[in-house]
Write a protein that binds this ligand. Structure first.
Ligand code: NAD
Ligand code: ZN
Length: 248
């Protein structure tokens, strides 16, 4: 493990364009449960029943009560952990350029990263499905379910549900970042949700080294990743930073 950390730290310090792809696992140490894996939300509820756009359209009150309110409770309390802070420090050091995140919790920006592509949108805002009026989630009146806009339309989070398209702008910027990096850090993602999981493949084909940080193996581990540092994101990134700071 020690030699792995030292060699990845050297790679990062020497790289000129590092891009990170992050998933729910990076926010676990901030108290936000992931979807899959131990303690994941999917152990309690079925994704297709709650996180698919068809389910939301069919019964928005139910999805608000079970999924959206639950997310609001955890996201409201969450603060960046040492993994988010470490990635912010990597940007300050001039090593990390862009984060492509599948998370909707806003913690990368809160930690200080300035170039964050929110692949699946952001939970901080809601949009009226009738008139497109936007309102911050914290100002939404939760007295009625589903919450409604003044025009009578229903509010929905500005997040991508399963069954919905990724914004073309986010997709283009992510592809661009993936194809122009020399190292991609893939942190805390099960790499099962497409097209996000394809970004490391694009990076690999463009010649980048793919370094995974995850507490478990993923479908990328064998064929796409150059190596996996197995462990908790916060601990691993802290150790990498300690080594990188020594090299400078
Ligand atoms: P996922 O839930 O499918 O997978 C989580 C991954 O993180 C797993 O591979 C797991 O082994 C790993 N992991 C768990 N704890 C870890 C830790 N402490 N350190 C390192 N790795 C750890 O997550 P996903 O791949 O991001 O896909 C789920 C989808 O759910 C995403 O598209 C995202 O939009 C959404 N989601 C977002 C949040 C959030 O915003 N924080 C939370 C849950 C789900
Ligand atoms: Zn409206």
């Amino acid at each position: 493990m020690d030699s792995l950390i030292t060699s990845v730290a050297r790679d990062l310090a020497a790289a000129s364009r590092v891009v990170a792809l992050t998933g729910a696992g990076i926010s676990v140490e901030s108290g936000i449960p992931p979807f899959r894996g131990k303690g994941g939300l999917w152990e309690k509820i079925d994704p297709m029943e709650y996180a698919h756009i068809d389910a939301f359209m069919k019964d928005p009150a139910k999805i608000w009560q079970v999924l959206i309110l639950e997310m609001k409770n955890v996201v409201d309390k969450a603060r960046p952990n040492s993994a988010h802070q470490g990635l912010a420090r990597l940007e300050t050091l001039g090593i990390l350029k862009t984060i492509i995140t599948q998370n909707v919790d806003g913690l990368h920006q809160m930690a200080g990263n300035t170039d964050v592509i929110e692949f699946h949108g952001n939970f901080a805002w809601q949009r009226c499905m009738q008139c497109d009026h936007r309102l911050e989630t914290r100002h939404i009146d939760l007295a009625q379910m589903p919450p409604r806009c003044e025009c009578g339309g229903i509010f929905r989070p500005e997040c991508v549900f399963f069954g919905e398209m990724i914004s073309p702008d986010h997709l283009n910027r992510s592809r661009q970042a993936a194809s122009s990096c020399d190292v991609m850090l893939v942190v805390g993602t099960s790499a099962l949700v497409q097209p996000a999981a394809f970004m490391p493949v694009i990076a690999k084909r463009s010649g980048a080294r793919i370094i995974e940080i995850n507490s478990e193996r993923t479908p990328l581990t064998r064929d796409v990743s150059d190596l996996l540092i197995m462990g908790k994101a916060g601990e691993v990134i802290n150790r990498l930073l300690t080594e990188i700071e020594k090299l400078r």
